[in-house]
Ligand binder design. Structure first.
Ligand code: COA
Length: 583
């Protein structure tokens, strides 16, 4: 089938639909919906068999759903309607939620139902639930829809509010007033639900240190920490860049904030202590505590395996994060009782490369970018020069740009089925580093490496394995993935197997470098990156601003337009071949 994905932005869920459908052999094109006219023109030029909208914030125009079968993914249970489905479910403390795939008609979210799935709603932020539970359930619905259409089914099930199984209802948008954190009245549990229901967008409005802010990424403080609190709403401790805020009946750690005043860093989401740096500097120092669940990199030793966790918010590495990772990795590499080092990333993202928000607000973004790229390169170099230990990337969550290249520095790459990677830098106006010019062509062939970096398309775990980027795809749950990787590598580092494993590693490292010192790759890549940061020769500055400030796309991005044109050309050729065969 020729399937058009229509979306408000080509977000993570849309990318997952894209790779699923491509893997299933469909011709898939992508249109970012910016206006009725542009969409109608696009449809005149290429007539898809069906339209699927994985992430759409506006109604499909009547002319379009009259002419085409249009299917919409709604992140809510059957009967739920409106733009704030997950927000309401989290705020109201539902224990179970779901997604529904329905056909577009005249009433928004009320068309025939083609597939639905439910899942237990965990106490997590909306964006995390969207990336995990919603995405997995949505993919199950997508597969069911395609199977039903391929069986020739013509109709879904009508929405019927009289049925006992229809538990949802129409809801208005969640008003901003319902998200405001009232430190003087709200119990901790309600504050947490408000923050989670508003994370990552639009954030929960609050006052902190006298500054109007939006709050993100909060977690419950341990009882011992909470017992040291002062008045509700006061910041009373910090751990790295996380701040601890007293509540009426406990305390909350706040990881990230966005200022809403006129400060130079306003409107950019930053680590909490960075966002309130001026205010914190003006007061006496805060007690430093060690929080249990912050986004800090940490090393875990399990038997003879060292596991490096880096659950950084959004998988983004600041200079400090990369330095800490290099230190922890070097420590593991020097550990006599360790035979393998597993790079485990985080639950939400494995890595998305350097942290663009802190570069954006830095006094000198070029210098900050330069420092960030050198720091992440030091980490990549530590991995590539590690001898005497097997280094494994265990990729349980999506990765992009420098993060996707970083995983290739390991000796082996394990990836969970369902992970999507974006192994390219061009859309951010960067040449790229992390030794990608060494590792990518070594793993994929040179032609595929060029295609990956030029086409800028998402790649599924299955495609990544076919290209040679990944050694092993594990079709297991998120929860079971790391355990499975550790158990699979235990055979490679068993006393009888270890010498051969390390010999093979040394041989592969030699072959990959082909007599060329690592330093040459680094110098060449960073030479180009210098131009990107200091001369802005690929428009990094405006591209980064658009990304950080979340400027909505005004048209389908050029790399997707190029992809659409290539799909149209290949379908036309196929059609010509078919017609000639018939003659
Ligand atoms: N720095 C700072 N924030 C980042 C980030 C980075 N490198 N990569 C992702 N994020 C943030 C996004 O701003 C977004 O934040 P929000 O929840 O506050 O809106 C969140 O992570 C999720 O990212 P999003 O873009 O919505 O996810 P996606 O699944 O749609 O797309 C990527 C994934 C990797 C394609 C996309 O995030 C991306 O291009 N990131 C930038 C990668 C990059 O260029 N890194 C620098 C060069 S090494």
């Amino acid at each position: 089938m020729h399937i058009l994905l229509l979306c408000s932005a080509f977000n993570g869920l849309s990318q997952r639909f894209f790779v699923e459908l491509v893997d299933a052999g469909h011709q898939v094109t992508v249109e970012v919906f910016t206006g009725d006219e542009a969409l109608e023109q696009r449809l005149e030029a290429s007539r898809p068999d069906i339209i699927i909208a994985p992430f759409l914030k506006r109604a499909i125009p009547e002319r379009v759903w009259q002419d085409y079968r249009c299917f919409i993914l709604h992140p809510g249970i059957v009967g739920d309607r409106g733009p704030s489905s997950l927000d309401w479910a989290i705020l109201e403390g539902w224990h179970e939620w779901g997604v529904t795939l329905l056909e577009a008609n005249a009433v928004m979210d009320a068309g025939d139902i083609w597939a639905t799935r439910t899942f237990p709603l965990p106490p997590m932020a909306k964006s995390q639930i969207y990336r995990h539970q919603v995405t997995d359930a949505a993919v199950a619905c997508l597969r069911e829809l395609i199977a039903r259409l391929q069986r020739g089914q013509q109709h879904g099930d009508p929405l019927d509010y009289a049925r006992a199984t229809t538990r949802g209802r129409e809801r208005a948008a969640l008003p901003m007033s319902a998200r405001i954190l009232d430190w003087q009245c709200d119990p901790t549990d309600l504050l947490l639900r408000k923050i989670r229901a508003s994370d990552s967008l639009p954030g929960a409005p609050a006052q902190l240190a006298g500054v109007p802010v939006r709050v993100f990424n909060a977690w419950l403080a341990e009882a011992e920490v909470a017992s040291q609190r002062g008045r509700a709403g006061e910041i009373f401790a910090r751990d790295g860049d996380a701040l601890c805020v007293a509540t009426l009946d406990g305390a909350l750690w706040v990881g990230h904030l966005r200022r809403s005043d006129n400060h130079a860093t306003a409107q950019v989401k930053l680590p909490a202590a960075v966002a309130l740096r001026d205010e914190l500097a003006a007061r006496s120092s805060l007690p430093l505590l060690d929080a249990q669940h912050s986004n800090k990199p940490r090393l875990e030793i399990r038997g003879r395996v060292a596991i490096l966790h880096f659950p950084l918010l959004n998988g983004a590495f600041t200079v400090h994060d990369s330095q800490r990772l290099t230190t922890l990795f070097t420590r593991a590499a020097a550990e006599r009782n360790v035979d393998a080092i597993v790079l485990a990333g985080g639950d939400d993202f494995w890595s998305n490369g350097i942290e663009l928000n802190s570069i954006h607000v830095a006094e000198n973004p070029a210098e900050e970018g330069w420092a960030s790229i050198n720091a992440i390169d030091d980490f990549a170099e530590a991995i590539l020069t590690c001898r005497g230990k097997l280094v494994v990337s265990a990729v349980n969550a999506n990765a992009g740009a420098g993060g996707a290249m970083l995983m290739l520095a390991a000796d082996r790459v394990f990836m969970r089925a369902g992970v999507v990677i974006n192994p390219h830098y061009k859309t951010m106006g960067l040449h790229g580093s992390e030794f990608w010019t060494l590792t990518l062509p070594w793993r994929a062939d040179a032609e595929a490496a060029v295609a990956l970096s030029e086409n800028c398309l998402p790649v599924s775990a299955r495609q990544a394995a076919a290209l040679g980027l990944v050694d092993s795809v594990l079709d297991v749950s998120r929860e079971a993935f790391l355990e499975t990787v550790v158990s699979q590598i235990s055979a490679l580092i068993a006393p009888a197997a270890l010498p051969d494993t390390l010999k093979a590693k040394a041989r592969a490292q030699e072959e990959m470098r082909d007599g060329r010192p690592l330093d040459e790759y680094r110098r060449e890549e960073l030479g180009r990156m210098r131009g990107n940061f200091f001369a802005d020769d690929l428009h990094f500055s405006s591209r980064r601003t658009a990304f950080v400030m979340k400027q909505p796309p005004c048209k389908t991005p050029e790399h997707l337009q190029r992809h659409n044109a290539a799909v149209a050309a290949s379908m036309a050729e196929e059609q010509r071949d078919k017609s000639e065969a018939e003659v």
